[in-house]
Design a protein around this ligand. Structure first.
Ligand SMILES: Cc1ncc(C[n+]2csc(CCOP(=O)(O)OP(=O)(O)O)c2C)c(N)n1
Ligand code: SF4
Ligand SMILES: [Mg+2]
Length: 263
């Protein structure tokens, strides 16, 4: 028998503290109504961390989120922050306009890899190069998720997608663009980092990166970017529970995590 004392919870009276419902842990800025993203999708986890940061930095009333087009766009209806919808890939330019017109506004873009790295690559590069004081969030799952799981510019070599059934091949399909590494080379970019949401520890670390990025904007230091690798079991054509390990072994092995730049 173990010598460790056991403390039984008394059951002859109500508990001293009231029970905490799961809903008590939901950030105030998330509307818990139904949403249309798949089970096991990493995008809501990333967006939850983002709104928690906005709340903790006490900038809810002056934040505008500019959304691109992808699965995450539907989830913007569940966020209790001001949202502006941009055309595919154009969120950084819309964000630039909002920030220049209303400089006290905290402006955050939310884009996918198809949106930012394919459709609107020049937008994010020019916005970063100009050193616009906005924060860009890239949700990178390596596929055009919403339209069925096709290859994007960030798909890693060997990754199976709807139009690379044998895996992405360097000769036939080209090599992936590592967006954050590219942006970090631009002088106007002040803070660039990459995280994941494939484990509880990574969610906590990525949230701290988001806080540093928004703080960069509040300090007026220039452009900030946080790339977040997110699970997409549907677009990867794998079982939901296999997605976090698939992310670690494939996407994160190429799109390496960490702070790439902090000026
Ligand atoms: C100009 C234009 N081209 C294509 C589309 C179709 N489209 C809608 S969502 C989407 C995929 C977006 O992929 P991504 O940004 O990676 O987001 P995810 O769905 O993976 O989260 C595409 C191609 C569109 N709406 N507008
Ligand atoms: S297709 Fe992928 S990115 Fe879109 S909701 Fe489903 S898991 Fe998420
Ligand atoms: Mg995507």
């Amino acid at each position: 028998m173990s010598e460790v004392p056991v403390h039984f919870v008394p059951t002859d009276r109500p508990p001293d503290r009231p029970a905490r419902m799961v809903d008590d842990f939901t950030p105030a800025l998330i509307d818990v109504g139904e949403h249309h993203l798949c089970p096991g999708c990493g995008e809501p986890i990333a967006m939850r961390s983002l709104v928690e940061v906005i709340e903790e930095l006490d900038v809810v009333q002056r934040t505008i989120a500019v959304f691109g087009i992808g699965c995450y766009t539907a989830y913007s209806n569940n966020l209790d922050v001001e949202v502006c919808q941009a055309l595919h890939g154009r969120a950084p330019s819309v964000a630039t306009g909002i920030k220049r017109a209303k400089p006290r506004t905290v402006v955050v873009t939310v884009q996918g890899d198809g949106d930012m790295v394919n459709e609107g690559l020049q937008e994010v590069l020019h916005t970063a190069a100009r050193g616009e004081s906005v924060t860009a969030v890239l949700l990178n799952n390596g596929v055009f998720g919403e339209t069925g799981g096709h290859m994007t510019a960030s798909t890693v070599l060997g990754q199976r997608t709807k139009n690379t059934l044998e895996g992405r091949d360097a000769v036939q399909h080209g090599r992936p663009i590592l967006l954050s590494d590219l942006v970090a080379r631009l002088d106007g970019a002040a803070f660039v980092a990459r995280g994941t949401v494939s484990s509880a520890g990574d969610v906590a670390r990525t949230k701290r990166l988001l806080a540093r990025a928004v703080q960069t904007q509040l300090d007026g230091r220039g452009f900030s970017l946080v790339e977040i690798l997110t699970m997409c079991p549907t677009g990867w054509f794998i079982e939901t529970e296999e997605a976090p390990a698939y992310l670690d072994d494939n996407l994160a092995a190429v799109h390496a995590g960490g702070v790439l730049k902090d000026w």
